[in-house]
Design a protein around this ligand. Structure first.
Ligand code: SAH
Ligand code: SF4
Ligand code: F3S
Length: 441
């Protein structure tokens, strides 16, 4: 048997890239590769990249620069670029960094083993097609090795929304949903391997409309099917678009016991003028009404959001509208970014906000979000939550897991094991996590 080769994958960007990296590693397993944690002993280095903001894309080139020395020492080392930068820049990557052997887009990575074989023959390999065939059908079924208690599962890919600032519709293509039976098979496999919590992924996951036994199914329909899977204890999904929050999904938050009370519902801005220019097709009031309906279905739900500050022509008054909206919603978690002009998107043509002003807005917005986050986290003290333990902590006897609200929870002197689900009483709220004690122990 040929020697096993080593593959080092570095993942940037969103959870969908994390999932894709797992699937790429598995695909390369079939071509004789096992993964390694270090680039130094790798036979192949694969960067799974993100194109969402300028900094993310530039990171790829600086990282590639760092591998130059390694490649000089080890001429047989293969270097590949996958993900959204690969899709957006294609051949340009090889022009800028000639040592790159392989460039593969997010919809073509099932072809990685053939591409790798091509590079072994000394050729370059490039594939940024959106092929007719479904990559998930071409990928081998997933291996049976035991794994940790939480997993991602991509159910929907691509985006048809074309927000004026965003590259995703170009890098990931049109919205496509995977069929229900394939998702259920994958979920059952994951559960057999020790998984107890699955996060369903999609760029617009709540636009899911996969083929089911009796026609297309909504995301809520899929969640109810997963609810029947024995051994699966928790279901989450991300990322949702406010316009696709259907009635059955809102209702499921109140009625499906396995669906966790956490919802990532990005709004981007609180200004109607900016939302319109962003092509978000929801406005401030429709978003606030939606939040009200979700909270009516599940009063304790923890909401998280994404915000962009300094979008072209955003004034201080527009920014204040965003701050007011945040005050009104009260987020338990949020991700906020300074606008980054992306080539090829409509917003990139518009006049930029002064950079120092945008930085100042980001600072103020993050301070407000941090206060809200902390207040919600602190309000957990004294409450009993359920915790799924994910790993031992740094201190002896300590275990770390996540509550249903996705707060990290530390428990000292804990006899629970990884994968256990336990009731925990929260006794303390720290900088980024909670501390608790096991109930009934
Ligand atoms: N599909 C998801 C978001 C995917 S991108 C949604 O619609 O919410 C993740 C986040 O990155 C976005 O929510 C947005 O806040 C941010 N983002 C996207 N493009 C950006 C850009 N050009 N500049 C700054 N932030 C951006
Ligand atoms: Fe980008 Fe908008 Fe699509 Fe989200 S909904 S991926 S922000 S275009
Ligand atoms: Fe980045 Fe692509 Fe995800 S651009 S955020 S890796 S879909």
């Amino acid at each position: 048997m040929a020697d096993t080769k080593k593959l080092y994958i570095k993942t940037y960007g969103c959870q969908m890239n994390v999932y894709d990296s797992e699937r790429m590693a598995e695909a390369m397993g079939g071509a004789g590769y096992e993964t390694t944690e270090s680039p130094d002993d790798a036979d192949m280095i694969l960067l799974n990249t993100c194109h969402i903001r300028e900094k993310a894309a530039e990171k790829v080139y600086s990282e590639l620069g760092r591998f130059k020395g390694l490649k000089a020492e080890k001429p047989d080392l293969k270097i590949g670029v996958a993900g959204c930068v690969a899709q957006a820049e294609g051949e340009e990557i090889m022009r800028r960094q000639p040592m790159v052997d392989l460039v593969v887009g997010p919809q073509a990575y099932h072809r990685l083993p053939e591409m790798e074989a091509k590079t072994q023959g000394g050729e370059k390999a490039l594939d940024t097609d959106f092929p007719e065939e479904d990559k998930f059908e071409r990928l081998k079924s997933r291996p049976k090795a035991k794994r940790g208690p939480t997993a991602f599962l991509t159910v929907q890919e691509g985006c048809d929304k074309f927000c004026a600032f965003c590259v995703v519709p170009y890098t990931r293509g049109a919205e496509v949903s995977r069929p229900v039976d394939r998702i259920l098979t994958e979920a059952r496999d994951l559960v057999e391997r020790g998984v107890r919590e699955i996060t369903l992924l999609g760029q617009n996951v709540n636009a899911y409309h996969g083929a089911g036994p009796k026609g297309d199914m909504t995301l809520a329909g899929l969640i109810w099917e997963l609810d029947k899977v024995d051994g699966l204890e928790r279901i989450r999904f991300t990322t949702s678009h406010p316009n696709d929050m259907m009635d059955d999904l809102i209702e499921a938050h109140g009625t499906c016991g396995k669906l966790m009370p956490y919802l990532h519902l990005p709004v981007q801005s609180g200004s109607n003028k900016i939302l319109k220019r962003m092509n978000r097709s929801h406005d401030r009031d429709s978003y606030l009404r939606l939040v009200e309906r979700i909270r009516a279905a599940r009063p304790d739900i923890l909401l998280s959001g994404d915000f962009i500050v300094g979008f072209p022509e955003e004034t201080e008054a527009d920014f204040q509208d965003t701050m007011d909206l945040i005050e009104e919603v009260k987020y338990g978690q949020a991700f906020s970014f300074k606008y980054s002009a992306r080539p090829g998107t409509p917003a990139a043509e518009r006049p930029l906000v002064d950079d120092a002003e945008a930085s100042d807005r980001l600072y103020r917005l993050q301070a407000l979000i941090t206060r809200q986050q902390r207040a919600i986290q602190d309000s957990m003290v004294g409450r009993e939550v359920s915790v799924l333990f994910e790993r031992p902590g740094r201190l002896a006897g300590q275990m770390v897991g996540k509550s249903e609200y996705l707060h990290a929870v530390h428990v000292a002197d804990c006899d629970a094991r990884t994968g256990d689900l336990a009731r925990v009483r929260i006794v303390e709220s720290g900088a980024n996590s909670l501390a608790g004690i096991l109930v009934d122990h």
